[in-house]
Design a protein around this ligand. Sequence first.
Ligand code: ATP
Ligand code: MG
Length: 296
Amino acid sequence: MPSLPAKKLLDRYRVTSGAKFRLRRFSTDDVAPKLINPAEADALMAAGVARLSELQALLAAQHSWSLLAVFQAMDAAGKDGTIKHVMSGVNPQGVEVTSFKAPGPEELDHGFLWRVMRRMPDRGRIGIFNRSHYEEVLVVRVHPELLVRQNLPPSLNHKDIWKHRLADIAGFERYTARQGTVVLKFFLHVSREEQKRRLLDRLDHPGKNWKFNAGDVAERHHWDTYMDAYEEAIIATATPRAPWFVIPADHKWFARLVVVAAMVEALEALDLRPPKLAESTRADLAAARIELMKDE
Ligand code: ATP
Ligand code: MG
């Protein structure tokens, strides 16, 4: 069974501090050829998925920590497929996936973290955010008309709003980490060219037409503005406790492997074990065994 040089691999893409971070230094098409033999990718993925499943069972048994994996990306970068593959071996009862869409009226009547708080994973569970609170400093920043819909008091809607939102996100994630939710943030970093290929592919294949969204083509005009917004968001919110992983996503198999490795690494660092039973509970179990044995 091939083994994954997980730490070396993850260190290439892990961002734990905004100091000196530049998005353009991160590749979209790297496949770490010195670390991973593509012929072994399927076996590595299968092993990662199996290990994640074991760790999730321990997470649930211990019922103390929880894990939140946030997925952000441009359209067609592969968020859905990555979530599907990475979580494929995990007990569905231990996971909750939330896809955040444009907020509705009730959501707009609250602060932007309101809907996020409500979907945080319970202790012992894994939460997956397919898009997240980061949309508030990405799409909303790129399209100021979305901010108008939020109807903020005018005196709070000023030039520092993005800086303040980013600080609030960092504060929220610090709080979450201190409450026992490990936060990992994945930016699936796809190139503009590869996105074009994937969108064309959705047009070319009738079976994939349903995935096509004309709005995605319009968003391509704002590519550089999005990249600037991503860069600022990562700079302001990358911390050792809530790291970003800027993952090359032009090759789907590779992005999935890095994500599973990061989730496994984070759970292994928690040193999860089933809870130790109290002396009295063990005595109860012994009594239950005697009673069961007597039963016909
Ligand atoms: P896919 O296209 O693969 O189905 P998706 O995540 O792009 O996945 P869509 O339904 O196409 O799903 O898009 C959801 C839309 O909701 C995105 O355009 C996203 O930017 C938008 N959105 C999410 N959160 C917010 C927010 N807080 N404010 C405004 N728009 C948001
Ligand atoms: Mg979409």
